[in-house]
Write a protein that binds this ligand. Structure first.
Ligand code: SF4
Ligand code: SF4
Length: 347
């Protein structure tokens, strides 16, 4: 079994993973429901957790609002790569005599919670598996950060009945998060609570990150329905101008309103289909992840790119462009009322 463990870890690395680890039923014990790997595979004993990096070049183009498409393309490709790598690893371990299943990297939710699929809860949390197995650590953002690669990774996992020895979480000195809060400053939705932490205990070890306010905040902004930062100075790649409420309770109605109008927008090009949306979706945020680089100066540089890139507006042909905030206001005011109402609530 020791040989198979080493081969499986090597196989994951050879497949392109930048970090790999193993969590087990014991090391995940006491964690949230989404750490129970037996839900996905009865009799499961171990999870091989791994991460693939996103390309850095497209991130600069994306944050500086020069071009959205290359990062979206890379993000979709890496997600597909990670799901495929999980499947390949599952196939390999299964051929060695142990039942194994892949975890889909993203956009797959359990249906047995009170709100069903709309709760958008994953059956297995790839983040918890990654942190407990030492693939990465929690940053204050709650994203998994990897010492050499930052938060710009896509996580994957394969669950198996094979009994592998676990890997240890990374020691605290490997966690580069210094509480710079640039993840929060990059978030137009206020999803991360700046004042409170959440603690998760798995296998007797405690992990902390900023408490999440309502997840609907991220769904509203990262979903692309709106994106103007409350300062009015910069936006995500969304051309939506619907107000971002202060209270958590207001996000449900805001999301419904945004979703209805979003369906009227012309196609901005690219995109992907999400099972919970009647309309094609586009990657327009992810800022908290994209700014978080291991080097503080690079984090600051990326945040500056975002802050100085201006505000996105959509042209009639669907293309989106970033312009200075004052110009964005003029462009919105120059739209005929019917078109303008697709992007913002007007009297
Ligand atoms: S942006 Fe700063 S505070 Fe946020 S997770 Fe990264 S290092 Fe930590
Ligand atoms: S993805 Fe965007 S909206 Fe969601 S938490 Fe990160 S910065 Fe905020």
């Amino acid at each position: 079994m020791e040989d198979l463990r080493e081969i499986v870890l090597d196989q994951a690395r050879l497949g392109g993973a930048c970090a790999v680890g193993i969590a087990t039923v014991e090391t995940l014990e006491g964690g949230p429901e989404s750490t129970d790997i037996r839900q996905l595979l009865p009799g499961a004993r171990s999870a091989i957790s791994f991460a693939y990096t996103l390309d850095a070049g497209p991130i600069d183009l994306y944050l500086s609002k020069k071009d959205r498409a290359p990062h979206e393309r890379n993000n979709i490709d890496v997600n597909n790569l990670v799901s495929g790598a999980a499947l390949n690893l599952a196939g390999y371990i299964e051929m060695k005599g142990h039942k194994s299943v892949p975890v889909i990297a993203n956009n797959y939710y359990r249906s047995d919670t009170p709100g069903g699929l709309l709760d958008m809860l994953p059956d297995i949390s790839l983040r918890y598996l990654a942190v407990r197995s030492g693939v990465g650590c929690f940053g204050l953002s709650g994203n998994v950060i990897i010492p050499e690669h930052g938060a710009t990774v896509i996580l994957g996992a394969t669950i198996t009945t094979a009994e592998f020895e676990p890997t240890e979480p990374l020691p605290p000195e490997k966690n580069y998060c210094d509480g710079c809060c640039l993840c929060m400053a990059s978030c137009a939705s206020g999803t991360m609570d700046p004042d409170e932490l959440t603690t998760v205990t798995m296998g007797g070890k405690a992990f902390e990150y900023s408490k999440r306010k309502s997840y609907l905040r991220c769904e509203y902004v990262c979903g692309g329905f709106t994106g103007l930062h409350p300062s009015g100075k910069w936006s995500t790649w969304s051309p939506g101008r619907f107000e971002i409420p202060e209270e958590d309770e207001a996000f449900g109605p805001a999301l419904m309103n945004g979703l209805a109008k979003y369906g009227e927008w012309p196609d901005m090009g690219g995109g992907y289909y999400h099972s919970l949306s009647p309309h094609k979706m586009f990657i327009t945020c992810g800022n908290c992840q994209l700014v978080c680089h291991p080097k503080k100066e690079e984090r600051q540089r990326r945040f500056q790119l975002l802050k100085e890139a201006g505000v996105v507006v959509q042209n009639e042909n669907g293309s989106v462009e970033a312009v200075p905030p004052e110009e964005a206001i003029q462009k919105m005011e120059a739209m005929d009322p019917q078109r303008r109402a697709m992007y913002e609530d007007i009297e």
